[in-house]
Design a protein around this ligand. Structure first.
Ligand code: 3EB
Length: 334
């Protein structure tokens, strides 16, 4: 028996960090900066840039790693790298006036790839959607258009909505849709819901013709091991299915943090058959999405009060899936 291999872990590094070259553990690289790029496979590692910062914001590189020899390739528009245990993929839907068909094709490619390569346990998905709150060519909001495509791919591939992992569905300044994901070959994968928030795929129709489909968090552990990661979805000021505290970024931020705390709490994890609860102090590598740049100082202050002093938290300036949401927060707990 070989020792279990820790699930993919993340760090935020300086843009264009030269020590990324020759890094054996590297799985993939997402640059957060002004401007976007296509997907490349440089040195066998998928890479893309998403435009998520203000011109005066701090750009950074989100780096995903896992131990073990790597292979890489491209399949149906998905560029990927893998170890024996974990798969990381990056893809894009080009900018257009409709997104459902492109999104359905992209998710169909992801399901095909994970099944063909043998990494059936999707563990985390990020979707950066440009013009997320603008109408498409048919007058449907782009986020809702994206949700239609995702739901259609699940229908077509026979995927159970409850099997979809933690996710982010957020704005970006141009470039169509950038999507990246983590999946595992084996080990324990548990999707976690929040009793205070309705399961996304049960949202009523008033939020769009097809619902969003993701879990509030996903626990992933190496086979036969307690060594795992808790990937926390982008989390907002939503209770039940309703946005709360309209126009009040501080109180929405407070509810988002409470929602995260509740999802990862001992009581909630126990409900999902897991032990060892976490608190906000255990959440690291946070991405804090803020709709209005003038709200950034207030959001920073609230997060600093509630998170670990050691935690790395990047603040990004993006639109958010619902027009009444002002802030959204995601992270990873070990
Ligand atoms: C929400 O809770 C806020 O469509 O994949 C958060 C995380 C949100 C993921 C997605 C959307 C998504 O409904 C928006």
């Amino acid at each position: 028996m070989t020792a279990p291999v820790t699930p993919p872990f993340c760090s935020f590094e300086k843009l264009g960090s030269p020590d990324l070259v020759d890094d054996e553990t590297l799985l993939g690289v997402i640059e957060h900066r002004a401007g976007h790029t296509g997907v490349s496979l440089a040195d066998g590692r998928p890479r893309t840039a998403v435009h998520t910062t203000t011109p005066d914001g701090e750009p950074f590189t989100e780096v995903w790693r896992a131990a073990g020899p790597k292979e890489s390739g491209s399949h149906g528009g998905v560029t990927w790298a893998r170890t024996a245990d974990y798969l990381f993929g990056v893809a894009r839907v080009p900018e257009g006036d409709r997104y459902a068909a492109g999104t359905a094709a992209l998710y169909t490619a992801i399901f095909g790839l994970t099944s063909e390569l043998g990494y059936p346990r999707l563990a985390r998905i990020w979707n950066y959607v440009s013009g997320i709150n603008t109408p498409n060519a048919d007058g449907l909001e782009v986020y809702q258009d994206f949700c239609v495509g995702r739901a259609e791919a699940l229908d077509a591939c026979g995927i159970d909505p409850a099997s979809m992992p933690a996710a982010t569905g957020i704005g970006t300044h141009g470039g169509g849709i950038a999507c990246y994901f983590l999946a595992a070959r084996a080990g324990e994968r548990v999707n976690i819901e929040n009793p205070a928030v309705l399961t996304a795929h049960r949202y009523p129709q008033r939020y769009g013709p097809r619902p969003p489909i993701f879990a509030r968090a996903t626990w992933l552990a190496a086979p036969g091991s307690d060594d795992g990661r808790l990937y926390v979805s982008a989390t907002a000021g939503i209770l039940g299915h309703e946005t709360v505290h309209h126009g009040d970024v501080a109180r929405q931020c407070d509810i988002a943090l409470r929602n995260i705390a509740q999802v990862i709490s001992a009581e909630n994890l126990r409900r999902h058959g897991l032990h060892r609860g976490r608190t906000l102090a255990d959440v690291d590598h946070l991405k804090v999405y803020v709709r209005h740049s003038e709200d950034i100082p207030a959001v920073r202050r609230i997060c600093a009060e509630r998170l670990s002093l050691e935690a790395t938290a990047a603040v990004l300036h993006t639109d958010i899936a619902r027009t009444d949401l002002l802030v959204e927060i995601e992270g990873v707990a070990a």
